[in-house]
Design a protein around this ligand. Sequence first.
Ligand code: FER
Length: 453
Amino acid sequence: MHATPSALASRTITLLLLLLALHSIGSEIATAQPPRRAAPAPIEPHAADIQMFPEPPSNITQHLTQIPHGKLEIIEYQSKTVGTTRRMNVYTPPGYSSEKKYPVLYLLHGIGGDETEWQRYADPANLLDNLFAAEQATPMIVVMPNGRAQKNDRAEGNVFAAAPAFATFEQDLLNDVIPAIESNYSVHTDRDHRGIAGLSMGGGQSLNFAFANPDKFAWLAAFSAAPNTRSPDQLIPAGKLTDNPFHLIWLSCGSRDDLLGISQRTQRCLRQQQLPHIWNLDGHAHDPTHWKHNLWHFARLVFNKQATTASLGFHASPTLAPEITCEQKFPQHLQGICCDGHSMFWSFTTRLVKTDLQGKILKTVPVADHHGDLCHHNGKVFVAVNLGKFNDPAGNADSWVFAYDAASLRELARHPVPEVVHGAGGIAVRNGNFFVVGGLPDAVAENYVYECC
Ligand code: FER
């Protein structure tokens, strides 16, 4: 059960290529149906093609009676663009008051949806109420308009025939929706306090509109963007952007989504143009679970520059990594750190510690001597543990991988790794496989990376 790093690398690449071959078969079947436009097939994988953010807990949209709730209301506005009275769904946070000013997130639906789709798919009202109650998101107004800017804007008949109306919506949004919101609600009206996000067609709209109007939007998310997304050379013409105009670009897609190629080509373009972004490729399909989960993660960052900078630092590029100081000192030394996008986990030999991305202590638990390096995977923290002697030639390391619940730091399981005879020095996770680096006593010349658990 051990392998050299190069053998592991080639095994990982083979697995990725196999997965991508399966994706392309899926997308050929899906795009064979007219009148859908063909989506480009998924393209060559690279190291960033991973699930950056874990699956959220299962209760993120649970209605809790003991917390304050926001309000959802359908309001009407006059659209000069369409020449009709149109409807949008507006969420105001708990305790909404005209004494305060709020940032606004414009949240756009998919090709078969309307102004009620987000509420049906992802229950943003309860999702946000719960985040605000836990102080995990910045209070905001969420506007869910109808992105099909035409006289009959119901999702009827061949929904693909309305694709041009989704492009026309740019004018409706800028000239009709935003002014209506800004004159009826107590909101900030600068770009720093305006975000745009959407699923599928709405994801394509968000990318197209934000890149065409960076003076209007500073926060951007596209969840499983559809083929209405402009091609990279149209979306970001070379040399057009001198600076990164966005505080956050969130791009996500499910690995089982037939439209994956759209997000991938957009992500490659952002990477090439060195635009810091978050790319979260989870295991879902073109489905409400992906949209709900990614809205939840995005909602925790949007309008919060500090949390976003920290999260981008971890996920976009090591050069952006912020300095994070743990606010408390612990005996013995720091063995390793890891991050789940919103929190940091620190292994201090005999103490496991969780902080926010500003270093504020959220939880500490005493643990057995000694807990070494650690990594995060899907809501759990895995720690390389040696209960015996590290770097001991006699092989008395007594090596384990301990698993903890990332929310509570409650111990969940202990996996023995007796192969790691000189101790478990480092641990990492990649595509659900764990890699443990062995210890190396003075007299031993060859070290191993072990794939385990
Ligand atoms: C297409 C395939 C899917 C397309 C749009 C979609 C405009 C949109 C899907 C959705 O919004 O869920 O070819 O072309």
